[in-house]
Write a protein that binds this ligand. Sequence first.
Ligand code: BEZ
Ligand code: FE
Length: 291
Amino acid sequence: MKNVTIDTITQAFVDYCSDDTDPRTMFLLTKLVEHLHAFAIETQLTHAEWSRALKFATDAGKITDNERNEFVLISDVTGLSSLVDMIGSQHEGTSSSVLGPFHSVGAPLLPVGGDLKKDNEGATVVVEGYVRDLDGNPVEGALIELWQTAENGLYYAQDNTQDDFNLCCSMKTGADGRYALTTVKPAPYKVPDDGPVGELFRATGRTPWRPSHLHFIVQADGLKPLVTEVFANGDPYLDSDAVFGVRSDLIMDYVECSDLDALPDDLEIGRNATVPYFKVDFDFVLVPENS
Ligand code: BEZ
Ligand code: FE
């Protein structure tokens, strides 16, 4: 088409595409281009502004490698990752939350009651709960994966002073659907802010901090896998999470306890907890696979 105008360029894009294009691909691309064109018209975008945006994208490409993906981070800090997550999980079970970049496949399998803390610095935290279905039935053999930062706010993959898979494990629930383990309290941390995403934070006066959290993936036969996080009540960043992951049902108290006899009986550490220690109770409710 010659002589496209502000009013015809969006339809021209659609007309250029082959009728054989996969329908969902065509739908998504058409909507994307419609919204991009509408954005440019509504904001009366200038060459200088668009060049700045393209430099931002180019810089994101330059800093991206096998270890770090700035495009995923842009999706996270603009709320797009959380939005896609919420669209795909509008159900009655435990809320889902962002996966983040620090999930490692192959973490060691601990028995129920196992110790993840080992010689990590910090107070002992006992995390315990049940996996249930929507009817409240316990889910036996659910596979739980957990990963978290050490007290210094770093995941093992970011910190060469930590062993591989430090503070990462998997665990299978028992017949009663229960899991339990000992660990340390994770710390709040900043998402990487030394690249384009950092510029975005500084330009908008936003904080790059995330509230402290435990990451979980819970999977069981016939139920929808759940990717979520559990946050600490009272954390200063609960209302400003850089990646929009906090949901009310995911905020838990770290209850301070001093009675060693109140520890669950099946802990690998027996009664050898720091005093005071902290107790976090968190149950997961999984929905049927196709909901
Ligand atoms: C995280 O929770 O590990 C995370 C999530 C999004 C971006 C960066 C880190
Ligand atoms: Fe995290």
